[in-house]
Design a protein around this ligand. Structure first.
Ligand SMILES: *Cc1c(COP(=O)(O)O)cnc(C)c1O
Length: 402
């Protein structure tokens, strides 16, 4: 393959960066659906297993299709390297296994993805890892939570479902002054809108299941960071622990990345139109979307996210009590016909969900209240349908609330 010029834009990298082509010269990246690799001779096999020579040996340790995805995602994020994993959660598991040991301390926001809170706050607590949960938006709380044994700050921005935004650059400074690393879960924005490494983050976490695939087909995840961090800290864990991405899923996400830029742009534009429209509806009490002027961190979000709000918004159905709010939200969720009732996000199909009874259903009512997730809250992941059809659908659902 010809060498790509430097300084290419994301849209160009997204269709061209990949591992070397096979001897057949295929133009679309091949799917290498194989678990093992035939070794040319025993001496070569020995050198490859010893790490003295490059070459594939076994797909838990490496696969050309997975390599293509890793190279492409790293290029989009502006990172030196990436490791693909079987799911977003297994990427977080790998990061924690690689970076943390008993006695270490982590700081996370208490509005992180629910499974992340469980994994670090409950599962890793069993191995003696301490975790402080702080406010998503208050930088002072992050600073005050620093301890001598703080090893990692882990942020997610914007958050699910209320789209709270945190200041990546400020958190990177706090982490680095304390000798810790900053990891950012870039699931909601993707590199098409937000590049955490440029803002000072050390590691990026992805759920490839969401926008990177973009069509709701496969589970996948990834970590992006420096080559040194990958080679010395994360790859050795990956090889032993085996949270490997299947070549088939890697191929699907690799193809998904080719349309990432235009999807994120089109879905953000539709989401902004939906958010503005919802704000003007009498049956809607409040809309949460970083692209709206009414969003508490609107300016920070626009500076950090390439001027775009992303595809996900939430809105609260107006009601007099939590019971009425739940009934009304359920009415809307059961009445839509251009959107699917589905807790996934980042699909080209618009998806609606009720966080209080699904993704945040395991929280206590008090925890939900603290997180600001009411019974009338509906999350909407905006897809690629025509925005007039989505508006007409929701207008009909809202008008028929009794
Ligand atoms: C979905 C999600 C994850 C977990 O990813 P999986 O692929 O479902 O394991 C992590 N972080 C965020 C923000 C997510 O939305």
């Amino acid at each position: 393959m010809k060498k790509l010029p430097d300084n290419l834009h994301l849209d160009t990298l997204a269709v061209h960066v990949a591992a070397a082509k096979s001897q057949f010269g295929e133009n679309s990246e091949a799917l290498f659906l194989t678990s093992g690799y035939v070794q040319p001779d025993a001496e070569t096999a020995a050198r490859r297993f010893a790490g003295d020579e490059e070459g594939y040996t076994y797909s838990r340790l490496g696969n050309p299709t997975v390599t293509s995805l890793e190279l492409r995602l790293a290029a989009l994020e502006g990172a030196e390297a990436a490791i693909a994993t079987s799911t977003g959660m297994s990427a977080i598991l790998l990061m924690c296994m690689g970076l943390l040991k008993s006695g270490d301390h982590v700081i996370c926001s208490h509005s992180m993805f629910g499974s992340t809170i469980k994994l670090i706050g409950t599962e890793f607590a069993k191995f003696g890892v301490q975790c402080s949960f702080v406010s998503q938006t208050n930088v002072i709380e992050w600073k005050e939570a620093i301890r001598p044994n703080t090893r990692l700050l882990f942020a997610e921005t914007p958050t699910n479902p209320l789209t709270d935004v945190c200041d990546i650059r400020a958190l990177a400074d706090i982490a680095h002054n304390a000798g810790a690393l900053l990891a950012v879960d870039n699931c909601f924005c993707t590199p098409a809108l937000q590049k955490p490494i440029q803002l000072g983050a050390d590691l990026i976490v992805h759920s490839g299941t969401k926008h990177l695939d973009g069509q709701g087909r496969v589970m996948a995840g990834a970590l992006c960071g420096t080559q040194k961090l990958m080679d010395e800290v994360l790859l050795p864990v990956m090889r032993s622990a085996g949270m490997t991405l299947s070549p088939f899923n890697a191929w699907v996400v690799l193809k998904g990345l080719e349309t990432l830029g235009i999807r994120m742009e089109a879905q953000s534009e539709r989401a902004l139109q939906m958010a503005r429209w919802l704000e003007s509806q009498s049956q809607v009490a409040r809309v949460y979307y970083p692209g709206l002027q009414s969003h508490a961190q609107h300016e920070l979000a626009m500076a950090q996210q390439s001027g775009k709000g992303g595809a996900v918004l939430s809105f609260e159905v107006r009601a007099a009590s939590p019971e009425e709010a739940r009934r009304r939200a359920f009415h809307v969720l059961d009445s839509v016909n251009t959107m699917a009732l589905c807790t996934n996000l980042g699909d080209v199909k618009s998806l609606v969900s009720h966080p209080a009874s699904t993704s945040h259903g395991r929280l206590t009512e008090a925890q939900r209240k603290l997180a600001g997730i009411g019974q009338g809250l509906i999350r909407l992941s905006v897809g690629l349908e025509h925005v007039d059809d989505l508006k007409a659908d929701l207008a009909r659902c809202l008008a028929s609330i009794s």
